[in-house]
Each structure stands twice: as structure tokens, then as C-alpha cells.
Design a protein around this ligand. Structure first.
Ligand code: PRX
Length: 650
């Protein structure tokens, strides 16, 4: 049974664990309903209350929602605050000695950083980058391993009002260069390298390559000495240690307007060019803090661990900003779940007594394959809540997570959200909402989610449609950096009555539970990583030997989806050894253009691609061919039907 079928036939229900509910922040369905009603009766008042309760404002706001320039909604506009103050200073001196980050390196060595130390390191780096001339509104690219210094760099930017844009360390020099140039960044903060699975990740050399290829805006590069082998370029490069050596541990925070951009984060869409999703300081922090409290029920004595990389939105809301805003202790992990063996996650949960654990379905599926006896070797009794994010979780993986990792005791929060939403939108409040394996359950209070047809009309229960959010919320995307028109086109298409279009299809069952079915656009979800088919196609056709390419997704046991590329080469179609060599060349090429995560799993060569008479590539047919099926339906509109058999390899 495939994922979709198993989700469609799923009917198990798990009531909230009464012991958990007794201590939860929101501990009953009544409490959930009361919040939903509060938001319904006074939407702005509801959000104002949350913004005041969860954040510390330097200048309190009086305006709540400004929709005068919709869909560029603005929240808490006359309020001022600083994100690093909300994540650090306000916990001091009370939590000076409390551990903020337990950092476990790839090789297993552990460092603990208290809130006071975090404060001091952030202040020193903030003073350091200020001394390089970075000021409020400047863009800073952060290209770092998963070590505390990545969060320190983000918070240092926030402290002085600089706008950070973190680029995932797995992206290539080319991808990095595109992002640097799109943001016009003056500064890059990187490391001489990182460690993953016993291997070094050459970050600094990728920065060098990007800069050589042309990044006119960049003036300086700060290099954290993770490996201790940084070769610095005279003129541009500054060693992190030298930069902070003489800097003060006091740095007056820049109090910024709530709408001041906190960060840009690039994500894939349905064209070749990634979009710079812009988030605002105040609104983003409200939902980041609130969801960590409500959905993860984080309390002072929790040890929290989100396995996401800071290069993704999950690392922004659920590693750097949200947990620190609540002043909790968190684990940060540099490495990978399979190194030195597949028990790493479970050993770490035991070692650090993790109580709340948040990971992706792809990791759960991969670890599930190793068998129950691997986690059984570790003591997982510290766990009290489990979360998942990034893609639909198949009920089988959900049940394994529930049974083997959570001992049938821990609630599972399947959290649906996106880079653009900034924080969880649809997810169970663990003390209040019963869960169903494979469903992200019900919208959070204050989030007005619905499923509509292409004209914006609600569809009936159990009918699929477009997942939309009908009212603005604080942590929503403000715009696409430098491209307001694309922002409006992508997320607020005219026909949809002003609703936010998520780009996912979903259905809602008789109990009002949401079930995410997948993307409605040309976006793939490979191991929880979002990739545009067009982005990969553009990379392929940039190769001198490629004439044309089309990319589709194909269901995959562990990754969720794998990438299949259909390629037409210039000259003869490669066969046999020549084809094998070309496959390798193109996979390496895509890794260089985008990053190893975008390497096609399967490349097929054809003399041509299936096209309509007007020249449009028929992806629907290619999706069938990718899974080995010759299209059954009508192919009469096809210009060149014979090509189908060739691509199928028959
Ligand atoms: O298709 C949905 C899927 O991931 C997309 C968002 O990807 P990204 O912006 O990279 O953010 C990932 C981390 C939030 C969504 O449009 N997705 C995310 N969470 C879930 C999900 N699909 C099903 N269930 C989820 N819990």
C-alpha cells in the first residue's frame, strides 16, 4: 500500500494522554475551543494578547494589524523590540547559569553554553561585525555547520538590526553565489569547515569559489575556526577569533520596528529561481515563541531537541529563535543520524535526557528500517513529546514512532507549516487534541485554515482541494525579497478571494482533521527538502551537452520522493557505457550547481520529450513513466507518442 492509500484508509484515534494533559499548558479540548472562540470573537485582540504575553517590547505597540497595503500585511507596526533581547537578555540574570545550548559535535564531544555565555558571545560578535561596518538593514549571509556559532551569528545580526540570510551548508558555491547576489549582502559569516558523518564539509572553499565567480556586494568574510585550518584571503577574510578578541561583552541592542525584516530565507518555488522569503521581527517571534509553548508544551525543565539544520526554516523557528525566546535548554547536533551508527539519535536522547524531540519523517523511516532493537539499546524514558515536520508522515512510520520511540506514552505532534508561514499552522495541541496517524489534525487557535476549490469556494468533507489560510497571521511572509509581484502571484492569486494559498492539496475529514496530500505545484519534497523541478531542470540545461530536460518526482520509501530526470542530449542519445558516464557527469553537475540534495536519483535519456503539439512538456506522462507505467489515457494530443516507450526503456 502506498502512502496516499494508507492515509486514506487510516482510522485510528489516540486520545491525549491524561497524565500529559494534567500538566500541559493547554490541557483540554475545552481550553483549545476557548482559544479558538477568543480568536473568532476578537481576532486582533487575540493576537495582541499573544504578542504581549510571549514577547518583551521596548516600545509597546498600539496598532495590531495594518491591512492598508494587503496582501503585504503588517503587524504591531508602532512597536519596537529586539529579537536577541527576547532570546537572551530578558532571561538574565535569572537564567545566567542555565544551559541554553548543549552542543554535540559530529565526533561526540559535547560543549555546554549557558545563557550568560550566549549573551557574551553574541555581544562580542555583534560588536565585531559592527566594527566591520555592518549596520541596521544590511544583509549578512550565514553559511555555517550545525554548531552554536550558527545561532550566535544569527542573533548577532539581530542584535544590530542586520538582516540575516542563512544558506544551508549543503548548498553549492553556485547556489550560495545566487543567494549572495540576490540579497546584496555586504558580509558573509562562514566556517573553515564542518564535520558530518566523519567527513569534512568544505564551507570556506565554497565561499571562495562563490566570491571568485562574482559577488560584488561582499566586503568581508568572517571565518569561524571550526577545524582550525582556515586559509584566510588578505583583504576580505577575518578570523572570527581575531574579530571578537578585543570586543566587549556588552552591545546595546538596536531596537527595531516590529516590521523590520529579521531574516530572508530562500526556498524553492515553481520557477527556476529560489524565492527570498522575508520575515518580520515582531510577528515572526510571536508565532515562533507561541508554538514552542503550545505545540511542544515547552517548560523550564525540558531538554528540547530539534534535529533540523539552521539552514532551513525549522532551524530558525525551532532551533534558534523559538526555544531561546522561551529560555529552555536545547540540544544542537552537528552530525547525521547514521554516524557512527544508526543508534546515534537514541543514544543522544539518553545522554542528554531529551524530553521533547522533533524530527522529520524521512529520518524516522530510515531509522525504522534498522529495526526495533537499535533504539531498544538506549534509555528513552526521558521523552515526553515527539514531533514531526516537513512532509506527510505515513501511518506506519507514525505508529513506529509512537510505539518504539514514544513507548505509547508520548503524544506525537505532526506539524504542518512552511517557510512562508514562519511557524506551525496546523498541529495538535498535545494535551487537548486527539491524534490520528498521518493527520496534522486541526489548525492552531487564531489560524483560519480551510480547503477550497480553484475559485476559493469551500469543498465538502473528504474532498481534496487547495489548502488556504483565510486571515493574515503575525509570522506570515511579508514579501519575496525584491519581487512583490511574484509574492502576490504565488500566494494571493486573484481568484482566491484574498486567501493565502499554501501550494499544498489537502482534505478534511468528518472530524475537521486536515490530511495533507502533497504539493499542487512543481515543487518536490525529497527527504523533507523542498526543491523545484524547474530549478533542477535549469541546472541540467546549463550543462553544455544537454539540450532539454524535464524533472519529476517519484514516490520513495525513505525519502518520500526521489528525483527522476528525463534528458535530451545535444548530438546522439547516449547508450551503454556512454550513458552511464553521462549520468555520473550530470549528477555531479547538479550537485555543483545546486547541492548534493538535488542530484537526480534516476536519469533517462531520450531523443525527445513527450510534448503537446503546442510544445508543452507533458509532465503527467513523465510521472507515470518514472514509476514504470505506460500512460493509459488519451495520448492523442501528443506530438510524438513513440517517445514514451523509449523513455520507459522498452
Ligand atoms: O508540502 C508541505 C510540506 O513541506 C512544505 C513546506 O516546505 P518548507 O517550506 O521547506 O518547510 C518545511 C518545514 C516546515 C509544505 O508546503 N510539509 C511540511 N510539513 C508537513 C508537510 N506535509 C505534510 N505534513 C507536514 N507535517
Amino acid at each position: 500500500m502506498n502512502n496516499l492509500e494508507s492515509i486514506l484508509t487510516e482510522n485510528r484515534v489516540f486520545q491525549p494522554n491524561p497524565e500529559f494533559a494534567a500538566h500541559a499548558r493547554i490541557g483540554s479540548l475545552d481550553a483549545y475551543n476557548a482559544l479558538v472562540a477568543e480568536a473568532q470573537n476578537d481576532y486582533e485582540g487575540f493576537w495582541a494578547r499573544q504578542a504581549r504575553e510571549f514577547l518583551t517590547w521596548d516600545t509597546p505597540f498600539t496598532t495590531i494589524l495594518d491591512d492598508s497595503n494587503a496582501p503585504h500585511y503588517r503587524w504591531f507596526t508602532d512597536g519596537k523590540l529586539n529579537a536577541s533581547v527576547n532570546c537572551i537578555d530578558r532571561h538574565l540574570p535569572a537564567k545566567a547559569q542555565k544551559v541554553a545550548i548543549i552542543a554535540e559535535a559530529d565526533d561526540g564531544s559535547v560543549r555546554e553554553i549557558t545563557y550568560q555565555q550566549l549573551h557574551d558571545e553574541v555581544a562580542k560578535l555583534a560588536n565585531g561585525i559592527k566594527s566591520l561596518g555592518v549596520t541596521k538593514g544590511d544583509r549578512v549571509i550565514i553559511y555555517m555547520p550545525m554548531i552554536p556559532e550558527a545561532s550566535i551569528a544569527m542573533l548577532a545580526c539581530a542584535r544590530i538590526g542586520a538582516i540575516h540570510s542563512v544558506v544551508f551548508g549543503g548548498f553549492s558555491a553556485e547556489a550560495l553565489r545566487d543567494r549572495i547576489n540576490d540579497t546584496g549582502a555586504r558580509l558573509v559569516i562562514t566556517a573553515d569547515g564542518g564535520m558530518r558523518g566523519g567527513r569534512t564539509v568544505p564551507l570556506k572553499s565554497a565561499v571562495d569559489k562563490a566570491l571568485e565567480a562574482g559577488c560584488a556586494s561582499v566586503e568581508k568574510v568572517v571565518v569561524f575556526e571550526r577545524l582550525g585550518n582556515a586559509a584566510l584571503n588578505a583583504g576580505t577574510d577575518v578570523a572570527w577569533s581575531a574579530l571578537i578578541a578585543d570586543k566587549s561583552t556588552t552591545c546595546d541592542p538596536e531596537m527595531v520596528e516590529a516590521e523590520h525584516p529579521l531574516f530572508l530565507l530562500y526556498t524553492s518555488g515553481s520557477t527556476g529561481k529560489p524565492k527570498g522569503v522575508q520575515h518580520a521581527t515582531g510577528g515572526f517571534l510571536v508565532n515562533a515563541a507561541l508554538t514552542n509553548a503550545w505545540v511542544f508544551d515547552l517548560n523550564d525543565d525540558d531538554v528540547y531537541w530539534c534535529t533540523a539544520d539552521v539552514g532551513w526554516i525549522t532551524g530558525h523557528s525551532y532551533v534558534t529563535y523559538g526555544p531561546l525566546a522561551l529560555g529552555v535548554t536545547q540540544v544542537m547536533f552537528e552530525g547525521i543520524p547514521s554516524y557512527p551508527d544508526g543508534g546515534r539519535f537514541w543514544q543522544m536522547i539518553e545522554r542528554h535526557k531529551v524530553s521533547v524531540f522533533y524530527t522529520a519523517p524521512t529520518a524516522i523511516r530510515a531509522l525504522m528500517k534498522l529495526g526495533d532493537d537499535v533504539p531498544a539499546k538506549s534509555d528513552l524514558s526521558s521523552l515526553r513529546l515527539l514531533g514531526t515536520v516537513g512532509e506527510p508522515i505515513n501511518p506506519e512510520a507514525w505508529m513506529w514512532y509512537h510505539r518504539v520511540i514514544g513507548s505509547e506514552r508520548c503524544p506525537i505532534a505532526d506539524t504542518w507549516w512552511q517557510t512562508e508561514t514562519g511557524a506551525h499552522m496546523i498541529a495538535p495541541l498535545p494535551g487537548a487534541i486527539a491524534t490520528k496517524p498521518g493527520s496534522c489534525t486541526r489548525p492552531l487557535p487564531g489560524i483560519i485554515a480551510d480547503i477550497v476549490d480553484d475559485e476559493g469556494n469551500p469543498v465538502g468533507h473528504n474532498q481534496g482541494g487547495n489548502l488556504v489560510i483565510k486571515k493574515p497571521w503575525p509570522s506570515m511572509i511579508r514579501t519575496i525579497w525584491g519581487d512583490d509581484a511574484r509574492f502576490q502571484r504565488s500566494y494571493f492569486p486573484e481568484k482566491l478571494k484574498g486567501y493565502y494559498l499554501a501550494g499544498d492539496s489537502a482534505r478534511r475529514d468528518d472530524d475537521g482533521y486536515f490530511w495533507i496530500m502533497g504539493r499542487i505545484d512543481d515543487v518536490l519534497n525529497v527527504s523533507g527538502h523542498r526543491l523545484g523541478t524547474m530549478e533542477i531542470e535549469s541546472a541540467l540545461v546549463a550543462h553544455p551537452l544537454v539540450a532539454e530536460a524535464a524533472v519529476v518526482g517519484k514516490p520513495h520509501d525513505i525519502k518520500g520522493e526521489s528525483i527522476v530526470a528525463f534528458v535530451v542530449c545535444k548530438g546522439d542519445r547516449p547508450e551503454g557505457d556512454a550513458a552511464d558516464a553521462m549520468v555520473k557527469t550530470l549528477r555531479d553537475w547538479v550537485a555543483e550547481q545546486i547541492g548534493p540534495i538535488a542530484k537526480p536519483d534516476d536519469i533517462r535519456f531520450g531523443d525527445n520529450l513527450p510534448k503537446t503539439r503546442s510544445g508543452k512538456i507533458m509532465r503527467r506522462l513523465l510521472r507515470g513513466i518514472a514509476i514504470g507505467e505506460l500512460p493509459q489515457g488519451d495520448v492523442s494530443t501528443l506530438e510524438n507518442p513513440a517517445i514514451l516507450e523509449q523513455l520507459l526503456g522498452k
